[in-house]
Unconditional design. Structure first.
Length: 548
């Protein structure tokens, strides 16, 4: 798998090691304090010699598999507590979470690892606390484990504190279920969580704060919009099935999609809660929905522009969404009847097929990006330090043409382009991954672009059709300017987006062959010409070669 995401993060970690990872340096790693969240990255670098892309991505895969197993274990506990079919609840919940479509970014995007690690240790903390109820187990050991895991979750990602609040919610429900008083230890977990929030606010100059160190304060409409973004994930399969109907309803009622999504969410939650009450299982439904609300609460007060392009923010909430629908499924199959079994089989088959196609489409897109980026990275590694790079019509991100979202956008950063690094313009992807830093210029030459989508707003958006379109960046240039820039560059790449999709073409490569001779390699499509020359000089817009 390629590594084409958050290259600036590696720049921030370049001077970090296992001894100073806990230092709270100004700005931190991307303005955040997640020392244990990036510990696997440092281990990868120290053991393998550099930030190996495949190894970094595998950390996310392994973490997601472990989280899926933890969801299954907590489902078993809930099944035993509320007298549900524990095995089916565990199977349904783990399957729904493992294939949760909107949180795919947390697994594919290597730099989202802190989200997954916070989930691992947060769920371990919650599970250890729940196991401390078992009389046959040493309660003190489980309580200490719950406390330590909570601290590690907080040090992995700033949202780790949510699991302390979650433990309180579980404790109160268990107290109601067993008709006893809440245990005092849970409030120690809550104290640790709230203390972390206060400490983080006072000590860390977070990126979520404005320049005067005040917390961002959104308008009510922005909070509702962020809530709707998460609410669509709560009923994602139904939203995907009824997408056209919901959009038609929005047009008919002349209301926003945010209003339609919130109304749909309230209607579905009310219906399922009524069903749970009928089945005398209202308590687990209230617990899981409350926990889901707690989990999404931090992102409700973030800028809407950030939340609506952040599928990784749905990773933690997907835990409780999976447990909620797993509970509904466990109730539906007991007692099982042939008509009901047939309906459930169709629904489960459809959700699995839909999720598999959704994820595989994004994996194919990730694979499609691999070869051009690896090729360009290899070219830069073979280049000389003084050589200049020109990228024509490069894309900085992609967006799904058929998103599962009704609101918000799916996007994967292809690369970041940085400025003022060693007083040069450099492309951060090769600079971070391979350690190669070359002066790089990105330009947009619209005359050579194909398949521009007139329906997309913004001057940077172009399309290749299905299944993804791309956002182009760089300074706009005309024919005369592009000719001049090509002649002033050593490596020239042009990017194309018409079918079959994202690809790169090397237009020119000028390199030194020996101390006294050079070689110019000129490319046009699949044809290449090689010229050996002894000296090259530039005058105005022309490059002159003295052939050897």
């Amino acid at each position: 798998m390629p590594f084409h995401d958050d290259a600036p993060l590696i720049q921030s970690l370049r001077e970090r090691n296992l001894l100073n990872i806990f230092e709270n340096r100004p700005g931190g790693v991307e303005g955040l304090y997640r020392p244990l969240g990036f510990l696997p990255w440092l281990l990868t670098r120290d053991l393998l010699g550099w930030f190996n892309p495949a190894a970094l991505h595998m950390w996310n895969v392994w973490a997601h598999l472990l989280n899926t197993a933890l969801v299954a274990r907590i489902a078993l506990y809930l099944g035993a507590l509320f007298k549900l079919r524990s095995v089916y609840l565990a199977l349904a919940s783990s399957a729904l979470f493992g294939f949760a479509p909107l949180s795919y970014e947390a697994v594919l995007w290597a730099s989202a690892l802190p989200h997954l690690l916070a989930a691992i240790f947060g769920l371990l903390s919650l599970l250890a606390y729940l196991l401390s109820y078992q009389v046959s187990q040493p309660q003190l050991v489980w309580k200490v484990a719950a406390l330590l895991a909570l601290v590690v979750a907080c040090l992995s990602h700033e949202t780790g504190f949510l699991f302390g609040v979650t433990a309180v919610a579980f404790e109160l429900v268990i107290a109601v279920q067993q008709r006893c008083r809440p245990r005092h230890f849970v409030f120690l977990l809550l104290l640790v969580s709230l203390s972390w929030v206060g400490l983080y606010r006072l000590v860390v100059a977070s990126k979520w704060m404005s320049p005067d160190s005040t917390v961002y304060q959104p308008e009510l409409a922005e909070v509702l919009a962020n809530f709707a973004y998460h609410a669509q994930n709560f009923t994602i399969y139904l939203a995907a099935l009824l997408r056209g109907l919901l959009i038609a309803l929005k047009d008919t009622l002349n209301v926003s999609l945010v209003a339609v999504i919130v109304l749909k969410f309230l209607a579905i939650v009310a219906a399922t809660m009524a069903y749970l009450r009928f089945q005398r299982r209202l308590l687990p439904g209230v617990l899981i929905v409350t926990t889901w609300l707690v989990t999404i609460s931090p992102s409700l007060i973030l800028p809407q522009d950030y939340v609506w392009v952040g599928p990784r923010l749905t990773y933690l909430p997907s835990v409780w969404i999976a447990l909620f629908w797993g509970t509904i499924a466990a109730l539906l199959v007991h007692p099982i009847k042939p008509p009901r079994a047939a309906v459930l089989t169709v629904i489960l088959a459809w959700t699995c097929i839909w999720s598999a196609s959704y994820v595989s489409e994004r994996l194919r897109e990730t694979s499609r990006l691999t070869q051009p980026l690896k090729w360009l990275d290899r070219e830069l590694q073979l280049s000389a330090p003084h050589e200049k790079v020109l990228l024509i019509n490069a894309s900085f991100t992609n967006f799904a043409a058929r998103p599962a979202f009704l609101i918000g956008r799916e996007g994967m950063p292809i690369w970041q382009y940085g400025y003022k690094a060693r007083d040069e313009s450099v492309w951060m992807w090769p600079a971070a991954i391979s350690g190669v830093r070359r002066e790089t210029l990105n330009v947009r030459h619209e005359a050579s672009l194909t398949n521009r989508n007139p329906d997309l707003s913004g001057e940077y958006f172009f399309t290749v059709g299905e299944p993804f379109y791309y956002a182009i960046f760089g300074e706009r240039v005309d024919d005369a300017a592009i000719r001049k820039l090509i002649l002033q560059s050593n490596i020239v790449f042009r990017f194309d987006y018409d079918p079959p999709g994202f690809r790169a073409t090397r237009l020119a490569r000028l390199s030194q062959g020996s101390p006294n001779s050079f070689q110019a390699r000129l490319s046009l499509g699949s044809a290449e010409a090689y010229l050996s020359y002894a000296k090259a000089s530039r005058c105005d817009e022309a490059t002159y070669l003295e052939l050897a």
